[in-house]
Design a protein around this ligand. Structure first.
Ligand code: HEM
Length: 264
């Protein structure tokens, strides 16, 4: 009965319409490719896309159309919300620390060159370090939850079965195990792996284990591409310390006008 519910229904309809269109279009293309004996490897793609994997399952009757659609809707919702949070936070950090920005600019120009060769984006270790450090300090998913379905003995505590646990990613990634300057934005720490915490659970922005993030590698690739383009073209200024957050499922900013971009 509420206006909020009407808004929600409208937005859900928009996402569903979009994913229905994407699935229908890809099905049509696959039919044409089948008729012309085109495969993903024959056209030089190294990997099959996520949507094609789902449609392969559907061809083998392991998934029905609704399940394919649901997986695509999940990827759109999770992918959009996280990346539209991580990219502004990272740009704000770059804008707050001019020495990081200059180092990044020099790396991008010297490695990628004036032709903007995207095949070289994986050869940008400092950009990689900036991304990791940004997601360490400002994880878009600040905490996750699990139900404890059997008793679990931790080092100092016992979690009884039936308990609900909240795992604070934000807090874990600012613990002193990261070094006394854990609260500082210092991408250089990632260039010296021996100085990073030994515990494999210390960096958990994408979660860990069987239910970790499905979009981790896509996110890294996508964000690095956007950042490389932005830093090449713009001089960025900002002050991340003015940012205030609200904790929803994701950690969202609550102030506007946070970034200034000037053409270089
Ligand atoms: C920097 C960006 C991202 C971060 C930090 C992130 C973080 C996370 C985290 C912490 C989880 C675990 C949630 C939980 O256990 O409750 C998760 C799960 C998931 N993520 Fe991401 N995510 C990112 C981007 C993406 C993108 C781009 C996609 C899709 C294209 C995606 C798809 C998913 C899916 C489908 C799951 C659920 C996996 C499962 O339950 O088996 N994520 N993500």
């Amino acid at each position: 009965m509420s206006s909020l519910k009407r808004t929600q229904d409208k937005l859900v309809r928009t996402i569903r319409q979009q994913s229905t269109k994407i699935v229908a279009q890809r099905k049509k293309e696959r039919q044409a490719e089948k008729e012309n004996a085109i495969t993903w490897s024959s056209v030089g793609h190294r990997f099959e896309s996520f949507l094609d994997l789902l449609l392969d399952f559907a061809d083998e009757n392991m998934f029905n159309d609704v399940q394919v659609q649901d997986e695509i809707n999940t990827a759109i919702a999770t992918g959009y919300d996280t990346l539209s949070t991580v990219i502004p936070y990272t740009l704000m950090l770059i804008g707050t620390y001019p020495e990081v920005q200059e180092k990044l600019y020099e790396e991008i120009i010297s490695v990628v060159g004036p032709e903007d060769d995207v095949n070289k984006y994986h050869e940008l270790p400092y950009l990689d370090a900036v991304f990791k450090e940004s997601v360490r300090l400002y994880p878009p998913v600040p905490f996750i939850s699990r139900d404890c379905n059997e008793e679990l003995q931790l080092k100092n505590y016992k979690l009884p079965a039936g308990y609900h646990c909240t795992i604070g990613i934000w807090a874990i990634q600012r613990l002193p195990i990261w070094s006394p300057d854990a609260e500082q934005f210092r991408p250089e720490r990632w260039l010296h792996p021996e100085s990073l915490p030994k515990s494999p659970g210390a960096y958990c922005s994408f979660s860990l284990g069987k239910r970790n993030c499905l979009g981790k590698f896509f996110s890294i690739m996508f964000t690095k591409t956007v950042l490389a383009h932005a830093v090449r073209r713009f001089h960025i200024t900002s002050n991340i310390h003015e940012l205030k957050f609200k904790f929803e499922i994701l950690m969202k900013p609550i102030v506007k006008d946070r970034l200034t971009l000037e053409l270089r």
